[in-house]
Write a protein that binds this ligand. Structure first.
Ligand code: NAI
Ligand code: MG
Length: 505
């Protein structure tokens, strides 16, 4: 979800010198490191669970480490919530719902949500640093995209809280109750905002579980929620892994589950809630097609493709991981892509020059490397930039494959890393058929000079979000979500209120 563009710095390869991130270009000049300061972030040695407005020791008595994937150093240890902790958190959320939150005038609820948004803005620098330390994403991303967009999400839904009668004229919007929310590691603070803001605006209370590799900004958000003086129990934050998430999903007193993560876990959740009254929204994987026509502004398109798959390490559910390029310009586009790839800086996430940070975990790096070797075995032709990788931490060179067949696994399955599969096409019909030929349907991109072509294509592409002549652009006011195995339900915009309400007349 990169939003910034960087000028091309060198057509030739950048040579990064180990972890010291002194970057030397073969043009003879060096890029001075510009690291953001760790000292601006305060991280406790240990975190408990945030239940009923206070920090509570876990019933499990267990804690687990969260590390910095760029250095493999331990940052902190966080509590592992078990079923008894989930019980306590759900009970706190239920009491807060019945006694305080659903009764509170909407204008008052809105003030709390505004307050959260403003405190996020005040602490933006610290949150960005912690996001990059805990998850490995470049500071440019966390500073310019994740944190401001998280604040904007709270601002946006604070605005709706007392205007639901205008959002749904002649209907009454009733909250559902207690929402259990489970989020992944690719946008930890932003996904927390996507989940919590609409739930609170509509009068629901929340138990949120962040991902096990990136719990720290959600815990910082708990501190912000305390500082904003939210009534105890309105938001509870439980750290833990899959078992904690499963306990939340299966808790009988939860009214709604909101999940973002893998399609496999999405299917488990779908099965777990079938036959119950629980409402569910699932935002799952993707295999987005970026389509470049011969009449497109090619340099812009190349920058959009680079942004769509390489920035943020390809850890994006809507990443443009398949590129369909019209045959007549394929050679030129591939050459431009390779040139641009060779100037991408891979390294220290805290360095403001870095384009591609650390892969979030060893496990995810292994998955990506497995797919790279599958691609080679399938007969596709691999090209990777020749940058040097740091000695420690989990890093992956930006990689592309040409001569990819539609049926290849690298063209069908979600890799969730900086790996691009390139295919070619001749006609509109052909590219529509190929782009839609995937189990997923989250997002797509179209690059062409002709408005009519954009409208024609976007109607026929089966994807929840389609960008034209841009990619990975987000706004709290516009809905996001998928088709098919990418899940269902929408987050963001007016649509994002619907999963949290019952409409009555
Ligand atoms: P995951 O789906 O296991 O994790 C997402 C969240 O679900 C985490 O908070 C996790 O603790 C929780 N969880 C795990 N098992 C659960 C269960 N049985 N019940 C309830 N909650 C559970 O994703 P993982 O293993 O970290 O990544 C695997 C693959 O999933 C990635 O390689 C990528 O392809 C995809 N993925 C997609 C994301 C998206 O934004 N759509 C985000 C993260 C991963
Ligand atoms: Mg971590």
């Amino acid at each position: 979800m990169a939003t910034t563009k960087k000028p091309i710095r060198s057509k030739k390869a950048a040579v990064a010198k180990t972890n010291s991130i002194k970057l030397k270009f073969d043009t003879g000049w060096t890029y001075a490191p510009a690291p953001e300061s760790k000292s601006a972030a305060s991280i406790n040695k240990q975190y408990d669970l945030f239940i009923n407005g206070e920090w509570q020791k876990p019933e499990s008595r267990k804690y687990f480490d969260t590390i910095n994937p760029a250095t493999e150093e331990k940052l902190s240890e966080v509590a592992e919530a078990n079923a008894a902790d989930v019980n306590k958190a759900v009970a706190a959320a239920r009491t807060a719902y019945d006694k305080v939150w659903k009764k509170m005038p909407a204008t008052e609820r809105a003030k709390y949500i505004f307050r959260i948004a403003r405190i996020i803005q005040e602490k933006a620098r610290e949150l960005a640093i912690i996001e990059s330390l805990d998850g490995g994403k470049p500071i440019r991303e966390s500073r310019d995209f994740d944190v401001p967009t998280a604040a904007n999400h709270f601002f946006y839904y604070a605005g709706w809280a007392d205007k639901l009668e205008y959002a749904f004229p002649n209907r009454k919007a009733q909250p559902l109750g207690v929402a259990g929310q489970i989020i992944p590691w690719n946008f930890p603070l932003l996904m927390a905002a996507w989940k919590i803001a609409p739930a609170l605006a509509t009068g629901n209370t929340v138990v949120l579980k962040p991902a096990e590799t990136t719990p720290l900004t959600a815990l910082k958000l708990a501190e912000i929620i305390q500082e904003a003086d939210l009534p105890p129990g309105v938001v509870n934050i439980l750290t833990g892994a899959g078992a904690t998430g499963a306990a939340l999903v299966n808790h009988p007193d939860i009214n709604k589950i909101a999940f973002t993560g893998s399609t496999d876990v999405g299917k488990i959740i779908q099965r777990a809630v079938s036959g119950t009254n629980k409402r569910v929204t699932l935002e799952l994987g993707g295999k987005a097609a970026n389509i470049i026509f011969e009449d497109a502004p090619l340099d812009q398109a190349v920058e959009g493709v680079i942004n769509g798959i390489f920035f943020n390490q390809g850890h994006v559910c809507c990443a443009g991981s398949r590129l369909y390029v019209q045959e007549s310009v394929a050679k030129e586009v591939i050459r431009k892509l390779k040139d641009r790839m060779s100037s991408l800086l891979v390294g220290d996430p805290l360095d403001k020059n870095t384009d591609i940070g650390a892969i979030n975990s060893k496990q995810q790096l292994d998955t990506i490397l497995k797919y790279i070797s599958i691609g080679k075995k399938e007969g596709a032709e691999m090209y990777e930039s020749n940058c040097r990788l740091p000695n420690k931490g989990f890093f992956c060179r930006p990689t592309l494959f040409t001569n990819v067949a539609q049926s290849n696994r690298i063209a069908q399955e979600e890799i969730f890393g900086p790996v691009l599969s390139i295919l070619t096409f001749r006609t509109d019909d052909e590219v529509i058929e190929k782009a839609n030929n995937t189990p997923y349907g989250l997002s797509a991109g179209v690059w062409t000079d002709k408005g009519s072509k954009i409208f024609n294509l976007t109607k026929r592409l089966r994807a929840g979000v389609i960008w034209a002549n841009t990619f990975n652009k987000f706004d709290p006011g516009s809905p996001f979500g998928g088709y098919k195995e990418s899940g269902y339900g929408r987050e963001g915009g007016l649509h994002g209120l619907l999963p949290y309400i019952e409409l009555t007349s």
